[in-house]
Design a protein around this ligand. Structure first.
Ligand SMILES: NC(=O)c1ccc[n+]([C@@H]2O[C@H](COP(=O)([O-])OP(=O)(O)OC[C@H]3O[C@@H](n4cnc5c(N)ncnc54)[C@H](O)[C@@H]3O)[C@@H](O)[C@H]2O)c1
Length: 410
């Protein structure tokens, strides 16, 4: 009888990011979630309560020493992605890295080298490049239905800077700020749709609030080897929200991660200015075992909720003979013959699901990892290039770009 032969998986860092992925790990036949590691005793006991048979460790190295764990999902803060992936690879484990894969190209190279040396798979995961609207845009672009891709325009206005943050999330030297944290969603998506090979980029970053000394804004213009161009903007300061621009919005600009309304943001801004917000408490209230986790990531309404701009924002792909943009349950396809709304058969985005299936196919069937270490490194290169361009005021010529295989998502 055929069996999926699930990968025995451990999570390192059971934080807010991990809470979004664990439902996919629990529901997929291809994955057996058998272990977790975290330095926070509260999340360790919440994980153990939910998974009484799982093994729970207080460090990444203890989990990696478990001979039964085959693969790890690294969801620790950004500065630990590279050391934890290298640790796991050296222990013979396959690894998925949260976004961004690392802070520097040198760190990313160390991860790629460790995976290759140990003969394990490395997948750079958890970006919205895996989400249904992006995958369907890629399929239509690759099909040639609207002619060659000419331009991509992507805008995200979110309240990232108002969400509860730990100190490392706001410190650029350890991967804090919207460019490191949200850049991977947008830049992975643009590279996926544009074929992967970006030639040059000119970018700028903004750090505008004394009470939040982190990059809260970026904007960039890039040109692909194909001649197609892309613009990208991310504003995390939470005034205007791209969520307000869709007709099915509740006009409260509700963010997806924490569900704040505009009124909530007024209060939070005042608390941040006054220095009275308890961010440790507020962040922990988003993690495993919280009411927030249950409402946002574990309740499964029978009907999938309509698409909302969330962290990727609004994206319009322009081809020679038409445009594509996200719609309520699918894509609007604008072409010479008129506009069509094409709803998806499966509109629900299950975070991590496609990443985990790609890992399973690679580990069990020897299929290629499309979002491999070199792919993640090329996306990271755009992040570091935007920083450099913002400092110098000049275009940056890219040197670490790799193409996406044409058959991916076709
Ligand atoms: N916040 C989100 O909505 C979100 C969404 C997707 C991805 N992510 C990614 O997840 C990662 C973590 O961000 P987060 O928001 O979940 O933060 P978080 O603080 O909630 O999660 C990090 C977890 O790692 C643990 N940890 C810290 N150092 C550790 C160590 N040395 N060993 C073991 N465990 C350790 C912390 O105790 C915490 O539980 C980031 O890379 C981020 O980009 C976050």
């Amino acid at each position: 009888m055929a069996t999926t032969n699930p990968i025995k998986m451990g999570v390192i860092g059971v934080g807010v990011g991990a809470t979004q992925i664990m439902p996919s790990m629990e529901s997929l036949d291809e994955i057996e979630l058998m272990a977790a590691a975290d330095v926070n005793p509260r999340v360790r006991s919440a994980f153990q309560e939910r998974h009484p048979d799982a093994r729970v460790y207080d460090s990444a190295s203890a989990l990696c020493a478990d001979p039964d764990v085959e693969a790890v999902w690294v969801a620790t803060p950004n500065n630990f992605h590279s050391p934890h992936v290298v640790l796991a690879a050296n222990a013979g484990k396959h690894a998925v890295s949260e976004k961004p894969m690392a802070l520097t190209i040198a760190e990313a190279e160390a991860m790629v080298e460790a995976a290759a040396r140990n003969g394990v798979k490395l997948l750079c995961g958890h970006t919205l490049g895996f989400s249904p609207p992006v995958m369907e845009m890629r399929r239509i672009i690759m099909s040639g239905e609207l002619g060659p891709l000419k331009a991509l325009n992507n805008w995200a206005f979110t309240d990232w800077m108002l969400q509860a943050r730990q100190p490392e999330e706001l410190d650029e030297s350890v991967g804090g700020g919207v460019l490191y944290r949200q850049g991977p969603h947008q830049l992975d998506t643009l590279r996926l749709l544009g074929g992967g090979m970006v030639r040059t980029i000119r970018g700028t970053t903004g750090k505008w609030w004394p009470e939040r000394n982190a990059v809260g804004y970026y904007s960039a213009f890039m040109e692909f080897e194909s001649g197609a161009t892309a613009t990208v903007t991310n504003n995390g300061y939470g005034y205007a929200m791209t969520a307000d621009l869709v007709p099915w919005s509740d006009e409260q600009g509700r963010g997806l991660i924490e569900g704040y309304t505009h009124d909530d943001r007024v209060r939070i801004r005042a608390e941040l200015k006054a220095g009275t917000r308890d961010e440790f408490e507020a962040k922990d209230a988003l993690r495993i075992g919280s009411d927030h986790e249950r409402r946002f990531w574990r309740e499964r309404p029978a009907e999938p909720p309509p698409w909302r701009p969330a962290n990727l924002g609004i994206l319009i792909a322009t081809c020679e003979r038409g445009d594509l943009r996200q719609s309520r349950y699918g894509l609007h396809v604008y072409k010479d013959g008129g506009v069509e709304d094409r709803p998806f058969a499966q509109a629900r985005y299950n975070a991590g699901q496609e990443d985990l299936l790609e890992l399973h196919r690679a580990v069990r069937d020897g299929a290629p990892v499309h979002h491999d270490g070199l792919w993640g490194m090329a996306t990271l290169e755009l992040i570091t290039a935007i920083m450099e361009s913002s400092r110098t005021g000049k275009d940056v010529r890219l040197t670490h770009q790799v193409p996406m295989a044409p058959e991916y998502g076709a």
